[in-house]
Design a protein around this ligand. Structure first.
Ligand code: ADP
Ligand code: MG
Length: 682
């Protein structure tokens, strides 16, 4: 028997090269393979008769070969094999292209099971390149429910399926972690059955049950983990801050706080005075002014002799926060520093020295803050901005740099209440439901390619009025996928062919940190008119002079993502616009985008996103700060999440400290889900 942790290279047919291809899907071990779940199924269990075959609707049928297959070599690289088959209802002409081997496989007078669709082009029944199997062959491509896997270059569905089957045959599936009582209560399949059934379901109903079990399992582990964290924290004490007078800070602000900002800040100050570590989420739509809330918290921590770390997901954002917070806080006597991965080693060293000697009060940075070489002298407050980009593990890791610091996480992804309960089950929440005064709504339009001249004219008009434009494309390079705009090519086209007299710049995620930063800050200084970018600009960037956001192939983005992108404009005094283009002909897609055009309310958009895509996708790896959910691609219903949450809470009460194999297995699953750093469970 093999172990789940064994590398997939122990399987037949998987050498180092294949393994590298699997690695692109994050599949390294047998466990990864067994946990690579199908994204859907094709039901090939039903057999039809030839006369019932429908055009372009593939189906299985049983038929006899009526002649000896003949292959004609048409020209170099093109062999055509023809054969006729029949059942009691009709005859069918089959053509194979470059599948000469079929000549030997299909024998005159024998019956086979085929899977294919008839084409509508000719009179009579015709079919090209169906799959087929002998009656006594094991069902692989016919007579079964075929799992359809997420794939990557070099790995076909058949190859994936075969690898998974092999893995299931040589090792045990992941152990059971859901107690029998819970399984019975919620109608959940046992692990053993679910892991087989998800890959090899006997029926679509069984596949559905397996899927439900696996989703339940993931959320069960996740919410049990959150509950354990909360329980572990409940008894913690920390020094209460004596000085929570924010008057000097408030007087230094160039504006007065919104009511919502004031409330959030009051809540934070109350937490600070309590003498227990704060765990608070500040959730507010793009532009609601979360940075000021963070600044107030950091100011207060500094006045109580404690350091703050503000962690942000991108270097650009770190730069920007550093600049704006320095401007505000340095005059108030707060020492502000910046630490990012792309800084020169020498500079990083200097900053790190200042951090460890207590020479800085607020450090703004990227993941570089998490590195072991960053040591704080007395970290009192950890702030994670754009929390949806961070994992629970990352925020824990930063918290672990001090004993029980206060934690403030800020998120602009408005998460529907139900999901927030699950994702942030361990946090208190402050909501910024008010935008600073004077903000205008961004007028949003969906247009087709025929509007291109008008879009270009509109860009020019904005620039002539002294403003700047963002143009977002779904891809970086050309040819990643046909027919969608790539930032590189489009920037070039705009610069050379459309706006030769303007300055067009390009920004994408594959650029080096320093390069990105230079381009972004040049744009922020007004040195280029049009910034063509990928979604790297999605998060937080603030250029108040930008008044137009053009999003190419908008159907490629999720609604919440579109909302984030749109939030990059309308940040200044001037009227701002968002133009979406799409080639999509799907009415559903277009309706979805049109609905988006009509509202600026992030919460409503998130609810809509949730309704359309299901929480699975909402929790999609890229968007969420959650641990990676394997079932993320499978849609699931909220009830399952709620059940899992209720069940896990009960579990903590009943078995939280039990020393049974099942309970131990669950605890170890929790720790690996929440990553491995020592502080992960704090
Ligand atoms: P987000 O919540 O998206 O992080 P920011 O903190 O970046 O929003 O704030 C967006 C803009 O609004 C910034 O330019 C900021 O200076 C400004 N701002 C924040 N609070 C207020 C306020 N109370 N009144 C006016 N402008 C504000
Ligand atoms: Mg922000």
């Amino acid at each position: 028997m093999a172990r789940l942790s064994d590398p997939i290279t122990i399987l037949k047919g998987i050498g180092p090269n294949k393994a590298a291809q699997f690695a692109a899907l994050n599949i390294h071990s047998l466990r990864d393979l067994i946990c690579h779940f199908p994204r859907g199924y094709e039901d090939r269990t039903k057999l039809v008769t030839i006369d019932k075959l429908e055009v372009d609707k593939p189906a299985c049928f049983r038929a006899m070969v009526m002649n000896t297959p003949r292959t004609a070599h048409v020209r170099k690289g093109l062999d055509i094999t023809k054969v006729q088959v029949a059942d009691h209802t009709a005859r069918l002409n089959i053509t194979f292209f470059n599948q000469k081997f079929t000549t030997n496989q299909l024998q005159y007078g024998k019956e086979y099971i085929f899977y294919g669709a008839v084409s509508g082009d000719f009179i009579g029944y015709n079919m090209t390149s169906p799959s087929f199997e002998a009656l006594d062959a094991p069902p692989v491509t016919t007579r079964r429910i075929l799992p359809i896997y997420p794939l990557t270059a070099g790995i076909s569905n058949a190859a994936m399926s075969k690898a998974v089957r092999q893995a299931l045959a040589i090792c045990d599936v992941p152990e059971e972690i859901i107690p029998e009582s819970v399984r019975q209560r919620y109608g959940i399949l046992p692990a053993q059955r679910a892991y087989y059934a998800i890959h090899e379901p006997a029926s679509l109903e069984e596949a559905e049950l397996a899927k439900r079990r696996l989703i339940f399992e993931e959320f069960f582990v996740f919410s049990a983990g959150l509950s354990l964290m909360r329980a572990a924290r409940a008894g913690k004490r920390t020094e209460a801050y004596q000085n929570t007078d924010l008057q000097p800070f408030l007087s230094a602000l160039p504006f007065s706080l919104t009511g919502a900002q004031q409330r959030a800040i009051d809540e934070i100050m109350a937490d600070f005075r309590k003498g227990a570590p704060m765990n608070r989420l500040v959730q507010g739509d793009v532009g609601s002014g979360k940075t000021m809330v963070a600044a107030a918290a950091a100011y207060c921590a500094a006045k109580n002799g404690r350091q703050s770390a503000l962690m942000v997901p991108t270097e650009i954002l770190a730069e920007q926060h550093h600049a704006s917070l320095s401007k505000l806080l340095i005059p108030l006597g707060i020492r502000v520093g910046l630490l990012t991965g792309s800084m020169k080693e020498k500079d990083k060293k200097m900053i790190r020295a200042a951090i460890s000697e207590g020479g800085l009060d607020l450090i703004v940075g990227t993941h570089a803050l998490l590195s072991d070489s960053t040591v704080f002298s007395n970290l009192g407050l950890v702030i994670a901005d754009e929390q949806h980009r961070f994992g629970v593990a990352q925020r824990s890791k930063l918290s672990a740099k001090s004993s029980d610091p206060h934690l403030l996480v800020m998120s602009a992804t408005p998460i529907p209440r139900t999901l927030a309960l699950i994702m942030y089950g361990d946090l208190d929440v402050s909501i910024l439901d008010e935008l600073p005064p004077g903000r205008q709504t961004v007028d949003t339009f969906l247009v087709t390619e025929s509007y291109r001249p008008r879009i270009n004219a509109f860009i020019r008009k904005q620039v002539e009025e002294g403003h700047q434009c963002f143009v977002v494309c779904p891809a970086v390079e050309e040819n990643e996928e046909l027919n969608i705009k790539s930032a590189e090519l489009w920037a070039d086209t705009l610069q050379t062919a459309v706006f030769p007299d303007l300055k067009v710049s390009l920004l994408h995620g594959r650029m080096k940190g320093a390069e990105k930063e230079a381009i972004m800050s040049a744009f922020a200084r007004g040195e280029s008119h049009i910034l063509v970018a990928t979604t790297v600009i999605e998060v937080g960037v603030d250029v108040p002079n930008a008044t137009l956001m053009v999003i190419e192939d908008a159907d490629r983005f999720g609604l919440s993502q579109l909302h984030q992108l749109r939030g990059r404009v309308g940040r200044g005094k001037s009227k701002s616009y968002c133009i979406l283009t799409s080639h999509s002909r799907s009415t559903e897609t277009l309706q979805r985008i049109k609905a988006f055009c009509k509202t600026n309310d992030g919460f409503r958009i998130a609810e809509e996103d949730l309704r359309l895509r299901g929480p699975g996708d909402f929790f999609g790896q890229r968007q969420s700060g959650l641990p990676v959910f394997r079932v993320a691609d499978l849609s699931c219903d909220l009830q399952t999440l709620k059940d899992a949450q209720a069940a896990s809470a009960q579990w903590i009460d009943d078995f939280g400290t039990a020393d049974t194999p099942e309970a131990n297995a669950l605890r170890s699953r929790i720790s690996s889900l929440f990553a491995t750093s020592g502080g992960a469970m704090n």
